[in-house]
Design a protein around this ligand. Structure first.
Ligand SMILES: C[S@@+](CC[C@H](N)C(=O)[O-])C[C@H]1O[C@@H](n2cnc3c(N)ncnc32)[C@H](O)[C@@H]1O
Length: 257
């Protein structure tokens, strides 16, 4: 790391609790330099000085470092595997599920989970803990208002059942919201809850360093009950899952031993 960026990274950690050194450096630096230059600062040191007393700029920084892109049923064939293979497996010995959607962004992922879980007839009850580091994304998730295009992969019957047309978009029905608890959580710093049956953590690991990823897999494994399942993103296969007490049960799905 160059000294200017290292110092900036330390200052940001003190100020926000976010440790930039756990994110892949080249990628993160590229994004932050683009923002810094757009704002007219020549160095990270000047950029931090401006940011520390300017919450709008700090919010813009947070918005740039977190990439909030999400979709309902992102990679639909994977959700089909969850529905047809993983849920029956989880429900073979229990009737209620405790689920965590980690890095849930603007809510499409936990709402997708809620739709599928409501459809599982053997299931008596469930709760979804949905977390992200980005408060703005969480606000939008709680609001549950989406434009037509982000609903493109929602099956028609579910769209009719769980979304209500409102102006130029759709709002999520309360019946989906009521099983979800949204909360701010930094996976790289905050403690994890435990005894989850299912953890969904997709399309965020790609931003982290190898060391940070390994530490997270260990912590996810500890947070799952034996037999619980970790569902990862479609470019995020775990290399050697056994070292974390996990075993691959389908592509992108791992069971806790
Ligand atoms: C590309 S989105 C993925 C959303 C969703 N999981 C999906 O697959 O569609 C990545 C999310 O990770 C969040 N994120 C980044 N670093 C995080 C951290 N340390 N702890 C929790 N969330 C984080 C960002 O705020 C962003 O909302």
């Amino acid at each position: 790391m160059d000294q200017d960026y290292t110092t900036f990274s330390n200052q940001i950690k003190k100020h926000t609790g976010i440790d930039l050194s756990l994110y892949k450096e080249a990628q993160m630096k590229r994004r932050l330099i683009a923002l810094r230059e757009k704002k007219g600062y020549d160095s990270f040191s000047d950029f931090y000085d401006a940011m520390k007393d300017n919450n709008t700029l700090l919010d813009e920084f947070l918005d740039r470092m977190t990439i909030n892109v999400s979709e309902f049923f992102r990679n639909p064939t994977r959700w089909e595997v969850l529905e047809k293979e993983m849920l029956p497996r989880l429900l073979s010995d229990r009737k209620s599920l405790n689920v965590w959607s980690a890095a849930c962004s603007t809510g499409e992922e936990p709402y997708t989970l809620a739709m599928l879980l409501r459809k599982a007839i053997q299931l008596k009850d469930f709760s979804i803990f949905a977390t992200d580091i980005d408060e703005l994304a969480l606000k939008r998730a709680k609001l549950g208002y989406y434009l037509e295009r982000s609903l493109k992969d929602v099956p028609e019957d579910m769209k009719a059942k769980y979304f209500e047309k409102d102006g130029i978009g759709y709002k999520v029905e309360d019946i989906l919201k009521e099983k979800i608890t949204f909360a701010k959580h930094n996976m790289l710093a905050d403690p994890f809850k435990s005894e989850f049956d299912l953890i969904v953590c997709r399309n965020v690991m790609i931003y982290f360093t190898e060391d940070a990823k390994a530490e997270l897999y260990r912590k996810f494994s500890t947070a799952l009950r034996p037999g619980g399942i970790l569902f990862v993103g479609s470019t995020e296969q775990i290399f050697n899952p056994k070292q974390f007490g996990l075993e691959s049960v389908a592509t992108f799905f791992y069971v806790k031993k």
